[in-house]
Design a protein around this ligand. Structure first.
Ligand SMILES: Cc1cc2nc3c(=O)[nH]c(=O)nc-3n(C[C@H](O)[C@H](O)[C@H](O)COP(=O)(O)OP(=O)(O)OC[C@H]3O[C@@H](n4cnc5c(N)ncnc54)[C@H](O)[C@@H]3O)c2cc1C
Length: 394
């Protein structure tokens, strides 16, 4: 947003400040590959300052609170920043403390997350010497960011253990609170078949209540128990605690946001971008990219006193690694579920929607380069931010 807005807002009239508590930017989609030794730490981190254009102030500090009625951001340490417009993009984070037993004695011994760099690195160390047993992948609660990441994880685990020659000793089970592999029917069917083909068991409708560290099992609210030797988990996802302290969030600290204009439902001069909002689409980087176009248009309209005309359609576009050098792709929005076809060009592709192809895998691999060199710098991609029906078979 800073890269986009700095180009068009008069430097004499508009000051832009970014506040972030971390100096390092993480390419989070890369965390998925670390446990399998495909990426290392240095493939997924870069200094944030490298991406901030001249003429934008950068404050590395934790935001303690937003005083939305007073139009002020209060930083830890006492500094106060007044604003005319505010974009909140504080994302979502995992909260393992929400589930009894998750952070017990087995945490990072046989219970791991891969949604943090530390978790992904600890899991890499574990897998190096693991000789096999029951691998359980569990999602604690909805919503969570990148709903395809745990599926990709089990596909990559299947490929990894095959490649190192111990797949016959590894039993992989995917345990989800959803009624199937994914949220939308057509994608669920395709992904469910792929899981079956790869001999990955699916246990649906499992609502995690607690983790028993001594007996190494996960327990649901309706008292189902699933034993594990290693548990990989997506803990409860919540918005920033700062949102709670500011009184701006719902139960999970996500900010009520108009799903079309991306403006806060409570405050006219606050826009919400990315995982921090409660809009009903996937929490994914692709969504943030498409939504950024809408926030950009609407913030300029608000500044000029015009009605907010740009409308976000909930567009998400997710490459799904399926192992053995292949991948799948889904493209959808609020109204349209993932459909088969080609993307982005009708009949040409080169990517196949709801198909398992080598080209889709190359799309995912290429994405890291696109992310660092195009997306973060605020450059345009030759893809519309609104979902297109071209190439899709309804
Ligand atoms: C394992 C994994 C795989 C993924 N794979 C994909 C994928 O293949 N495709 C895809 O599109 N997406 C993927 N994602 C999701 C994607 O990374 C996120 O959706 C995206 O990063 C969200 O961007 P954001 O700007 O909303 O939040 P973030 O990128 O999380 O940024 C939030 C920022 O807010 C800062 N912050 C928070 N609270 C405060 C505070 N109080 N004070 C100051 N600063 C604060 C943080 O330091 C951080 O820099 C994946 C995520 C994970 C974890």
């Amino acid at each position: 947003m800073a890269n986009k807005l700095r180009k068009v807002l008069d430097k004499g009239e508009w000051e832009i400040t970014i506040v972030d508590k971390h100096k390092t930017h993480y390419y989070q989609p890369g965390f998925l590959f670390i446990p399998f030794g495909i990426y290392g730490k240095h493939d997924v981190i870069k200094p944030k300052a490298d991406f901030i254009p001249a003429g934008v102030k950068l404050e590395f500090a934790e935001v303690d609170r937003i005083d939305a009625d007073g139009n002020k951001v209060l930083l830890e340490g006492g500094k106060v920043l007044a604003y005319d417009y505010l974009i909140v993009a504080t994302g979502t984070r995992i909260n393992p403390d929400e589930t009894p037993g998750m952070k017990g004695p087995e945490w990072q011994k046989s219970i791991f997350d891969f949604y943090t760099l530390e978790g992904a690195i600890a899991l890499r160390k574990f897998f190096r010497s693991w000789e096999g047993g029951r691998l359980v992948m569990n999602i604690a609660e909805m919503p969570f960011k990148c709903p395809v990441a745990p599926l990709e994880f089990v596909f990559l685990a299947d490929a990894y253990f095959t490649e190192i020659g111990i797949r016959d000793k590894v039993d992989i089970t995917y345990v989800t609170p959803l009624p199937g592999a994914f949220t939308k029917p057509k994608a669920t069917k395709m992904l469910g078949e792929l899981l079956e083909e790869k001999n990955i068991k699916v246990i649906p409708d499992f609502y995690l209540e607690s983790i028993n560290n001594e007996e190494k099992k996960i327990v649901s609210y309706d008292e189902q128990e699933i034993p594990f030797d290693v548990l990989t988990i997506v803990p409860v996802n919540m918005g920033s605690e700062m949102v709670e302290r500011s009184g701006l969030g719902d139960d999970l600290n996500f900010i009520p946001t108009d799903k079309h204009t991306l403006r806060s439902e409570q405050h006219e001069n606050i826009f919400v971008l990315g995982d921090a909002s409660n809009i009903p689409t996937s929490k994914a980087g692709s969504v943030v990219h498409f939504a950024a176009e809408v926030v950009y248009e609407n913030i300029l309209s608000a500044i000029e006193g015009r009605p907010l005309q740009a409308e976000f359609d909930g567009h998400a576009n997710c490459y799904i690694e399926t192992g053995f050098g292949k991948g799948s792709l889904i493209d959808f929005n609020y109204e349209t579920e993932p459909l088969a076809g080609t993307f982005p060009l009708p009949g040409i592709g080169p990517f196949g929607l709801l198909k398992n192809t080598k080209m889709n895998h190359y799309g995912k691999v290429l994405f890291r380069w696109i992310y660092w060199h195009i997306l973060l710098k605020g450059h345009e991609l030759p893809i519309e931010n609104e979902m297109s029906m071209a190439g899709k078979k309804a």
